[in-house]
Design a binder for this molecule. Sequence first.
Ligand code: ADP
Ligand code: MG
Length: 260
Amino acid sequence: MPPRKKASRARIVAVANQKGGVAKTTSVASLGAAFAELGRRVLLVDLDAQACLTFSLGIDPDAVDASINEVLLGHGDVTEAVLECDDGVDLVPSTIDLAGAEAQLLPRPGREYALQSALEPVLASYDVVLLDCSPSLGVLTLNALTASDGLIIPMPCEMLSHRGVGQLLDTVADVKRILNKRLRILGILPTMYDGRSNHAREVLADVGQRYDLPVLEPPIPKTVRFAEAPGVGRSILTTARSSKGAMAYREVAESLLPRL
Ligand code: ADP
Ligand code: MG
């Protein structure tokens, strides 16, 4: 008999920052499409009740049969919630109902492990799972950090944009100590970078040292292309294939692969 091939298992990466508008969702959609271009099997999970990732991939959250909400509460199998998207990635969508899931999870024992257990049945079918977190450090984000091997922290290169990162790092330290020893911070991902601004360059130079964290390269440039992409249900990797933003996300994805 030929030797059994070791079953491959997806690496799970959370994209989190409790600040809103820092490009979490944009980074999940773009890195997901970039990993898919590189031939990886990719699953994206929308963990925000605003369902921006779901919308941006061309799916109407009001029209889905099963979402991350049912999956987290154990009312359905994750395989029933997975949708195929045009960007070559699969998605577990979110809906506004997720806003209530947090409260329903709270009294449950082992509530931080709900996502990890729910994802288990599909991990053999993917190489990378990216989790798009909501702008909070609540139960849903704790679930994401507990399920993950890696964490990416998107951060705009602007003054005050790193306020709150200390609190996120404290939470990560707690999660590592109590819930998930595997969790590693892959790095800060500088977003909305304007290379012409001295201030942006200073923030970029300072941020890694300040938190003693790796800074992913290259920084993602600020471009209006990102605002246009979600309207057509595709990420800028397809709508603006050779834009600077798309190229930057591709480079970041390539640099991450050996570390996953
Ligand atoms: P979050 O998920 O952290 O709330 P989003 O990904 O939704 O952030 O991004 C917030 C807004 O910023 C969106 O309108 C998005 O189109 C825009 N945006 C994201 N990345 C960039 C960028 N590199 N340049 C310009 N606008 C961007
Ligand atoms: Mg978002």
